[in-house]
Design a protein around this ligand. Structure first.
Ligand code: DX5
Length: 224
């Protein structure tokens, strides 16, 4: 169980892109702690999404921190652009970084918090020798590329493994994929403190405010 502050980090993947600024303002109004931008290059994952200019356009209109989840090949070529666009946290995939130690140091040199994401097949010990460079580990609970996929419960054992590796270090443990009312307790109890949710927030019939509060309540209950 993590004692780090619980953070709700919505993915804007399901948002209405014709009103993206208003959608991000609505998320802030709904009480989220940060916003996650799912950046996809059509190569590392089949989908293609947000460039840095889109994020930079939204940045001045929202005050919560932004994190860039870079589901891209060769992320080193893009790091500075997403930091300049206003992302204070930059997450790269271990599977896309042959020189992960250097890439994470590069993110820190740019003044952002380095994060690493692990696809479902990637073992936890991949982060073993870079923990002291990290501000966050993201354990994917779906295969990256699309929202609305089914949560993979088997990832909870990996969350617990990563939590044990983190120990008392000041490192957040994030989960992403299929996080909603029925899955948040398991992920939180396993050790996650940052919860990325997209489709579950947007499909709540009572609206974003209710969805965010409900997710937070369920997560807090799972930690008590
Ligand atoms: C996958 C994406 C999704 C998204 C959240 O590449 O990273 O996990 O953020 O999707 P939902 O919450 O709809 O499963």
């Amino acid at each position: 169980m993590s004692n780090r502050p619980l953070q709700i980090a919505p993915s804007v993947l399901p948002a209405d892109y014709a009103r993206l600024g208003e959608e991000c303002a609505a998320l802030e109004e709904a009480g989220v702690d940060r916003i996650q931008w799912d950046v996809m290059d059509g190569v590392f994952v089949p989908n293609l999404t947000f460039g840095p200019d889109v994020i930079a356009a939204i940045r001045p209109h929202v005050s919560v921190p932004f994190e860039a989840h870079l589901m891209v090949v060769e992320p080193d070529r893009l790091l500075d652009r997403y930091v300049e666009a206003g992302c204070g946290i930059v997450i790269v995939h271990a599977e896309a970084c042959p020189h992960l130690h250097r890439t994470l140091a590069h993110i820190a040199d740019l003044g952002a918090t380095p994060g690493v994401a692990l696809n479902p097949h990637t073992p936890a010990d991949v982060v073993g020798h870079v923990l002291d460079l990290l501000g966050m580990v993201l354990v994917m609970t779906v295969n990256p590329g699309f929202g609305g996929q089914a949560y993979i419960p088997a990832m909870e054992s990996k969350v617990s493994e990563v939590a044990a590796m983190i120990g008392e270090r000041p490192i957040d443990l994030e989960v992403d994929g299929g996080i909603g009312p029925d899955t948040v307790a398991g992920a939180t109890a396993a050790g996650a403190n940052v919860l990325v949710s997209g489709s579950a927030l947007y499909r709540d019939p009572e609206g974003l405010g209710h969805a965010v509060a409900d997710l937070r309540t369920r997560a807090e209950a799972a930690r008590s």
